[in-house]
Write a protein that binds this ligand. Structure first.
Ligand SMILES: NC(=O)c1ccc[n+]([C@@H]2O[C@H](COP(=O)([O-])OP(=O)(O)OC[C@H]3O[C@@H](n4cnc5c(N)ncnc54)[C@H](OP(=O)(O)O)[C@@H]3O)[C@@H](O)[C@H]2O)c1
Length: 509
């Protein structure tokens, strides 16, 4: 396994065959193929590579290539050139088959005997529903399409989230995968970890001596993490979402991963194992901050119907397509956690995520304590109108999306005769400094899998530790019925209760 760490921008050398299971699906169209195209035009893919799309629908190579060319033109983040798209799609083949049929793998194996066209290093990307993971991995092993590690050629398997639906199923999925593959061959992808700002949390903390000394219980009042979406059930998503909901879809991967990066100890080096060891340690120290009842620490919500600002009707969750009309699935979940270690003991950690919220935003806000002595008055001004307020604490915000960046809110003297302080933002935005150069998360992560760098992928013990944090919620769903909330608001207002005893409130901006 490579330990090239977080930064790796070199070209992949090993010739490779990339097999995408679920090649006719949404993820392949919108993300995977456009990401591979960009890697290709940036000369990051090896000189020899072949992509094989695997799915049940009836296509030949030419039809599939045409469809992929259209997807690239529609979804590439940079303008495409017809000639480059044509050159790229010539590397793509289609293999019609059912994941449950042994014959489909045997035919693939037979095809792969042509090692000139299909290099023997193989990456299998399972862009399919989780129910099919086990069948796919077992069949890959049975048909000898994956080789054990340590040989001349490598075989790797990328698994898409969700990694289970509770602690028990996550452990069972881990056990199944490990029956057929070595941990070093498994790449559990969490695309949040491919985002620049997310990786920047680590560099920001550990490359700058000024912040790390104050990242602890003596200086931090609380941490809040928000991942809010304005959309409801996008086309066709209802069935999947109703089975999983906000907690399973967002918290047990993206939000807890963000929290790990903000709260973990510095790793000894940037190798995949060192970073993941630290993440597991901090996950093992996290738990729901339950005082008397679990509802002190958790708030679940479900959006009702309403109107948008143009007067257009917005369907309530229960009226959406492919949703059980009696469903009590959460479209919003907020929780309060504590981290029981020397650094973070007593610091409230607040997480929330939801659909149909006021604004699309994902951010981590670290709010510091107010100074011990209030020497100054603080003013808050809008245009020329200023009000005296209480001294505002400093807040450090990692903006994950949109407008990726970092800003720090500090108090500064307002020009004039009086000593009054006003909040200003020291704002760094990626688009200001590196316009158009932010790679898509999937570009980064796909290249990492080809390099064999698993730093930004989730290890099996990490997955189990994440589920362990939220399992008490799943065990108490009957006591945590979702509150209804208006679309376009910040989720269920009852989530404000989670701030009991904390200096601050949700950042509804
Ligand atoms: N879409 C996203 O933005 C997104 C984001 C994060 C994670 N994910 C995860 O990525 C995975 C794929 O998502 P998706 O949105 O692309 O799903 P999707 O649009 O429903 O596509 C599923 C794919 O699986 C194929 N398939 C289903 N059953 C099959 C079988 N028995 N044999 C062979 N192929 C089969 C389908 O092709 P045929 O019908 O042609 O066989 C289709 O290509 C899921 O695990 C999802 O949770 C998706």
């Amino acid at each position: 396994m490579s330990s090239s760490g977080i930064i790796g921008e070199s070209r992949v050398n090993d010739p490779v065959t990339i097999v995408i299971f679920g090649a006719t699906g949404d993820l392949t169209h919108r993300k995977l193929i456009p990401a591979l195209y960009i890697a290709f035009i940036q000369d990051m893919l090896p000189g020899k590579f072949t992509i094989v799309g695997f799915a049940r629908r009836d296509y030949d190579d030419a039809a599939f290539q045409g469809m992929m060319a259209e997807s690239i033109k529609e979804f590439s983040r940079i303008p495409t050139e017809d000639e480059a798209v044509e050159r790229f799609v010539k590397h793509i083949h289609y293999h019609k088959g059912d994941i449950s049929s042994d014959a489909a793998y045997d035919e693939l194996r037979y095809k792969f005997e042509d090692v000139e066209r299909f290099p023997e290093n193989r990456l299998f990307y399972l862009s399919i529903i989780p129910d099919l993971f086990e069948t796919a991995v077992r069949s890959l092993k049975r048909s000898r399409l994956v080789d054990a590690p340590g040989g001349k050629q490598w075989s790797r398997v990328v698994i898409e989230k969700p990694f289970g639906r509770d602690l028990e199923s996550a452990i069972s999925l881990n056990n199944t995968l490990l029956q057929y593959l070595d941990e070093s061959q498994i790449y559990r992808i969490d695309h949040y970890l491919g985002k620049e700002t997310v990786q920047n949390i680590l560099s920001f903390r550990f490359a700058n001596a000024i912040f790390e000394p104050v990242f602890n219980r003596s200086y931090v009042d609380h941490i809040q993490i928000t991942a809010a979406e304005t959309v409801g059930m996008e086309k066709g998503r209802g069935g999947y979402y109703d089975e999983y909901g906000a907690l399973r879809d967002m918290v047990t991967n993206h939000l807890l991963q963000l929290l790990c990066l903000v709260t973990m100890e510095a790793p000894g080096d940037l190798s995949a194992e060192s970073i993941r060891n630290e993440k597991v340690k901090v996950l093992n120290a996290m738990k729901l901050d339950v005082r008397k009842n679990i509802s002190d620490a958790v708030c679940r919500g479900q959006y009702g119907g309403g109107m948008d600002e143009t007067g257009k009707e917005i369907k309530g969750y229960l009226d959406e397509d492919r949703i059980n009309p009696d469903s009590d699935t959460d479209t919003f979940t907020a929780m309060r956690l504590s981290i029981n270690n020397w650094r973070w003991a007593g610091v409230p950690i607040l997480l929330r995520t939801g659909k149909r919220m006021a604004k699309k935003t994902t951010e981590v806000a670290v709010q510091f304590k107010v100074p011990p002595l209030q020497l100054f008055q603080q003013v808050q001004c809008e245009d020329d109108v200023c009000d005296i307020t209480r001294i505002k604490p400093n807040t450090l915000i990692f903006r994950i999306q949109p407008n990726e960046g970092i800003f720090l809110k500090v108090g500064t003297k307002r020009p004039g005769m009086r000593f009054v302080v006003e909040d200003v933002k020291m704002d760094f935005s990626y688009s200001g400094k590196w316009r158009n150069s932010l790679p898509e998360a999937y570009e980064r992560l796909l290249l990492d899998t080809l390099h064999g760098d698993s730093t930004l992928f989730t290890r099996s013990d990490e997955v189990a530790a994440e589920w362990n944090v939220v399992q008490p919620i799943l065990d108490n769903l009957d006591r945590l019925k979702p509150y209804s909330y208006e679309p376009g608001e910040w989720g269920a207002p009852e989530a404000d209760w989670l701030f009991h005893g904390v200096e601050g409130k949700w950042r509804n901006k």
